[in-house]
Design a protein around this ligand. Structure first.
Ligand code: FAD
Ligand code: S2G
Ligand code: ZN
Length: 448
């Protein structure tokens, strides 16, 4: 038995039994690291025949407790499944194993003038298989859409060990039910994704990143609308950060924004193929935004290290919040009209009983990250937040999980965003595809 691929004993599994936030902890004693589809198939058949529960694990950066065992489920890690099978420069399709780390896959794509149509703060650790399993969103959904659109093919292994080959590199294939979509976003509960084929757009030649300071959230929405109108096809990301989030990054990570303090900040990125054309569009947009007063300060970066610093102010907020102590995390989709009211209402509701109540996120796709922190977990604070936050979201027809999935922590709140009929159909699919319930039990679907 290869000690590097079969790891036994809880002590050696610490990092695999605990989630990235350090909030969910399992007690697995067995970690398996298969290299390929056939090994995954053999493992699952063995476990299924003996009713042994498993927890599929990619980079373990998930934020809803889906990537770690609840009890002693066997952890099946994709960390050794990092082969890139093919790159088609003309079509832009890359086919690879599911354990490719997102950042490494994107660097590989760059050698062919392509880019992976997904970017998130966890890119250095998350696996493309984990991204597909959570239907991860991230910083560029505004430009490249959801993985349901950019993933063309999936190969997965069912609980029985059966290999389902939906690995097409074709952009059009209307032959029967599009089964790959069952695995995209199913968080390891319907099958283990072993390979994916993803459509990678041309890597932009010219990237500009503007960092803006604004006085009101209405100005944020107006600026977003103007950016869409005036930047059009070159707009590739639109993120916002409130002052409370920025204070957390300054206090806990000692990072400094490049402009004076403001109530709100925005990151507006353009990506195109002609820098002078793009810079002209961007400067006329910024002239308008500053001239009209919807933006009261700003800077533009084109140099990679400066862009990286500005992105770190946004991408490292999660890390900064963890340093406060305990984070109550809500990843919700809301209509833009209600967007920041959620933060203001929650802040008033909680008063001074918390360290901070902040809002930031992907304004471009209506995805708010509402985060509240206390020194330690406080049941009273949780009861003040839940279920109020979910009821608030449901009232405005939002989603109680925009991009992180439901995992273990949010599975009992699905009914705030899905009909009972839809939930029942999901349960029927689960019992059809995993009749013994060995795949990532206690995740996604509600307890009752
Ligand atoms: P894991 O955490 O290992 O697993 C996630 C889920 O997928 C689990 O349920 C697991 O069982 C299942 N799974 C993993 N691999 C497979 C597989 N091969 N087959 C079947 N099931 C599998 N998420 C966003 O959507 N947008 C963001 O902007 C974003 N930013 C983040 C920033 C930070 C700093 C951090 C820490 C996380 C962030 N996340 C974000 C959350 C997380 O990175 C994503 O959910 C990511 O897609 C998880 O990938 P992973 O490989 O780490 O999967
Ligand atoms: C992001 C990361 C996790 C969070 O930064 O976009 O998805 O909620 C988030 O802080
Ligand atoms: Zn996010």
């Amino acid at each position: 038995m290869d000690p590097h691929r079969v790891i036994l004993g809880e002590a050696d599994l610490e990092g695999h039994n605990t989630d990235w936030l350090g909030m969910v902890r399992g007690a697995s004693k067995v970690l398996l690291k298969p290299r390929n589809t056939e090994e995954v198939s053999t493992i699952l058949k063995y476990c299924n025949d003996r009713r042994l529960a498993v927890c599929p694990q990619g980079g373990n950066t998930g934020l809803v407790g889906g990537s770690v065992p609840v009890f002693d489920e066997i952890i099946i890690s994709t960390s050794l499944m990092t082969e890139i099978e093919s790159v088609d420069r003309l079509s832009g399709v890359i086919t690879c194993q599911s354990g490719c780390v997102l950042e490494a896959l994107d660097q590989y794509a760059a050698e062919y003038g392509l880019m992976v149509p997904l970017d998130l703060g966890a890119k250095g650790s998350c696996h493309i298989g984990g991204n597909v399993s959570t239907n991860a969103g991230g910083l560029r959904v505004l430009r490249y859409g959801s993985l349901h659109g950019s993933v063309l093919g999936v190969e997965a292994v069912l609980a029985s060990g059966e290999i389902v080959n939906c690995l097409s590199a074709m952009k059009k294939d209307n032959t029967g039910y599009d089964l790959k979509h069952l695995f995209i976003g199913s968080e390891g509960t319907l099958g283990i994704i072993t390979k994916i084929a993803i459509n990678c757009p041309p890597r932009p030649q010219a990237v500009n990143l503007s960092f803006l300071g604004l006085q009101t959230f209405d100005d944020v929405l107006t600026t977003f609308r103007e950016a869409k109108d005036k930047l059009g096809e070159i707009l590739s990301s639109c993120e916002f950060i409130d002052s409370s989030s920025m204070q957390c990054v300054e206090e806990n990570l000692k990072l400094k924004p490049p402009i004076e303090p403001h109530p709100f900040y925005m990151l507006i990125e353009t990506s195109g193929s002609n820098s002078s054309h793009d810079e002209e569009k961007l400067s006329s947009f910024l002239d308008y935004a500053l001239g009209s007063g919807i933006v009261t300060d700003g800077t533009v970066a084109t140099e990679p290290s400066r862009m990286q610093h500005i992105w770190s102010l946004r991408e490292r907020i999660a890390e900064a919040l963890v340093k406060d102590g305990y984070t109550y995390k809500y990843d919700i989709s809301l209509p833009h009209s209600e967007f920041y009211k959620m933060v203001e209402d929650m802040r008033n509701h909680l008063g001074t009983g918390v360290i901070r109540c902040c809002g930031y996120g992907h304004i471009g796709d209506g995805n708010l990250h509402l985060n509240i922190t206390t020194q330690e977990f406080d049941k009273n604070v949780l009861n003040q937040i839940e279920p109020a936050v979910y009821e608030w979201t449901a009232k405005v027809n939002g989603s109680v999980s925009a991009e992180h999935g439901l995992g273990f922590k949010k599975r009992n709140f699905m009914h705030y965003s899905k009909s009972l009929g839809a939930i029942n159909l999901m349960k029927q699919l689960k019992s059809l595809m995993d009749p013994n319930g060995i795949l990532n039990p206690y995740k996604v679907l509600p307890e009752t």
